[in-house]
Structures are given as C-alpha cells and as structure tokens.
Design a protein around this ligand. Sequence first.
Ligand code: MKQ
Ligand code: ZN
Length: 263
Amino acid sequence: GSSWSYIGPDGERMWPKKYPFCGGVFQSPIDFHNDILQYDSTLLPIKLEGYDVPFTEEFVLTNNGHSVQMSLSPTMSVGSLLSKYSAAQLHLHWGNQKKQEGSEHTVGGRHFAAELHIVHYNSDKYPDFQTASDKADGLAVLAVLIEIGSFNPSYEKIFSHFQEVKYKDEKTLIPGFNVQGLLPDQLDEYYRYEGSLTTPPCYPSVLWTVFRKPVQISEKQLLDLETALYSTQSNDPAPLEMVNNFRRVQEFEERLVSVSFRQ
Ligand SMILES: NS(=O)(=O)c1cc(-c2ccccc2)cc(-c2ccccc2)c1
Ligand SMILES: [Zn+2]
C-alpha cells in the first residue's frame, strides 16, 4: 500500500522519483504489434503443476489498496521454463464502468477489458518471492487478457467475495479451486519477453508470458470488478474507488517479443 497511485501527484509519471527502476530498462507493460514479434519454435506449451487446489485448502483474498490479490499455494508451479517457478499470488488490473479498457498489455494498440496476473518466483534459486522479486531471473508472470462475453464460473469463485474485501487491508478466505480455470484453454500460444513489475518498485525481474487467447467474463462480472472495491480503508472520510489500476504501455525500442505461434 506504500505511497504511489495510478492518479494524481503520486501517479505513474512520478513513480521514478521514489522508485528509480520505474524509469529504467525493460519496463512493462508493452504493446504487441506485428513489427516487433518474432516466431520462436523453441517456446514450449506452458505446463501447470498443482493448479487444481482442493476445496479443503484455502486462499487468502486481500484488498491491498492497489488491486485485489489472492495468495497461492507454493505447491502450484509452472514447468517448461529453465527453472521451476512456484506460485506466489494472483491479482487483476481493470478500467472503470465508463471505459472498460483496463488491461496492461495491449495488442495492436488496443486494450482488453482487464488482465489477470499470476505471479511465480524462481523457487530453484530463491527461498521466497520477496528475495526473488529484484533478481533478473526471479519472477515469471502468466498474464491473461480478459474480454466481455459469457459468464465465467471460475472467475466468479473470486468475484463472489468482493463484498468481503471492499476496503484496503480487508481479507477473506476462499476455498481452493482449479486455478487453471482462470486461463484460456490454449496454453501453447503466447507472447514472451523479459520485462518488469508493472507497479513500483518496477524491478526488471519478470519473464512475461501473455497468452494470445483472451478469456471471457460477463458484462455483470466486469461491472462487479469495476465497482465493488475501494483503494481506501473503511473509515477513510474521503473514499477512493479502485478503478483504472493499469500502467500505460512503455517504450520498447530495439527489442523483439518472441511468440510461440505463427501469425
Ligand atoms: N503487475 S505485476 O504482476 O508486475 C505485480 C507483481 C507483484 C509481485 C507479487 C509477488 C512477488 C513479487 C511481485 C505485486 C504487484 C502489486 C500489485 C498491486 C499492489 C502492489 C503490488 C504487481
Ligand atoms: Zn499485475
């Protein structure tokens, strides 16, 4: 919850003053457009291990003032990368009910409605995600682009708890469920590049995997996401809605994004 925001005097243009990496190299998110994409036949389908978490286990859902995040169990991991990356947490980025374009990554200059990030850390090399978070090979984030369409029962397992975490620092418990249900059914088609945390401290420590295929949630589910949460604590006399919590796309010069698919 430290002193940064997406709007006003602590907004993203000011981030580099307190968080120097935010003005540095390899910053995320970026726009995916044809002339920076390069097919890479060595990119394997993403393998998920331990994502089907039994309902006897519990996830902690927290309003951290910038997003809504769900802690994940370290038995969840991503295979098919050079090291084993164990899950730390997931969270979302979104717009507002008047401008439903809150994804962080864009495709051909177009925003999707929202974006899910599942953050993993290199558990082969580092004891926990805090230690890993500023190391070049420390983090791997799986990103899912979200568009409006049919109702999504997997996202509803999280969204149905929003009323319990309306305000900053509120937490609630969610029974385990198959987190793979939050991802598209095609894990073999994705964009891959080396980037950064999209929030302060913006460490250039993230191997990004952005799935090509978006998932769908209903108009009502998106409205819940855009209207249920506040960035401020429950007793704050000046409540602030948690909206537009996405960073603008960053300059991406002289670099290419690898893609696992041919156009
Ligand atoms: N958007 S992101 O994926 O780059 C991201 C990663 C992590 C993160 C999580 C675990 C380990 C290390 C880094 C935390 C945030 C975050 C979002 C809202 C408020 C504060 C922090 C965001
Ligand atoms: Zn994120």
